[in-house]
Design a protein around this ligand. Structure first.
Ligand code: FES
Length: 201
């Protein structure tokens, strides 16, 4: 039987924990390509609250769910032709975390000193993968069940597991559920938290 300490060690995946460091060495599935339209989606991956979005040019991004400006909820943001716009003061972030626009700061170059936390993403086999480790991302493995020609079905797991099937209907891979739609209640809670934690601007 595991000790309390061993159990803690094996189940904690936050940044800096042993298992968190381990899982951050790999590309992780964080969303389903076909489901990712222009509405930003909240995802919690390895204990981090993130927003997954597709801008109107088709670029996919994975950013810290809290805006670098005043911590507003970016899941409430708007997909732009390029990047994601925070709904609170209109800052726009690119997929690599670059701040593209800061209308609340006038014409200053202040934006150049700020970076939104962002993780690299790639789409393969109908899934969106993210790399959350330090340094350069490794190559995303072109596994046959992801990269081979042919029809592929990806099941959205509201239940605890999502399943990828090959064309014959066999289970070829099992992945943890990663996707959580932001409910109306969560939207309202996020707005209330933002209002409570942000000084008036
Ligand atoms: S632009 Fe996001 S909180 Fe101000």
């Amino acid at each position: 039987m595991l000790t309390k300490e061993e159990n803690e060690m094996l189940t904690r995946v936050g940044k800096g924990t042993p298992m968190g460091k381990f899982f951050r060495k790999y590309w992780l599935p964080v969303g389903i390509s076909a489901d990712l339209k222009t509405k930003p989606t909240f995802v919690r991956v390895l204990g981090e609250d993130l927003v997954l979005y597709r801008d109107k040019s088709g670029t996919v991004g994975l950013l810290d769910a809290r805006c670098a400006h005043r911590r507003a909820n970016l899941c409430l943001g708007t997909s732009m032709n390029k990047g994601l716009m925070c709904r609170y003061h209109g800052w726009v972030f690119d997929a690599d975390g670059t701040v593209l626009r800061t209308p609340s700061e006038g014409q200053s170059d202040f934006r150049l000193s700020i970076k939104q936390k962002a993780y690299p993403v790639q789409e393969l086999g109908g899934l969106v993968f993210a790399y959350m480790g330090d340094g350069l991302a490794p190559l995303l493995p072109n596994f046959d069940f992801l990269a081979a020609e042919g029809e592929r079905h990806v099941k959205d797991g509201k239940d605890p597991m999502g399943v990828i099937r090959d064309p014959a209907g066999n289970h070829v891979h099992v992945i943890p559920a990663w996707e959580y739609d932001v409910t109306e209640a969560e939207f309202k809670k996020g707005m209330a938290e933002t209002a409570a934690s942000s000084p008036s601007h």
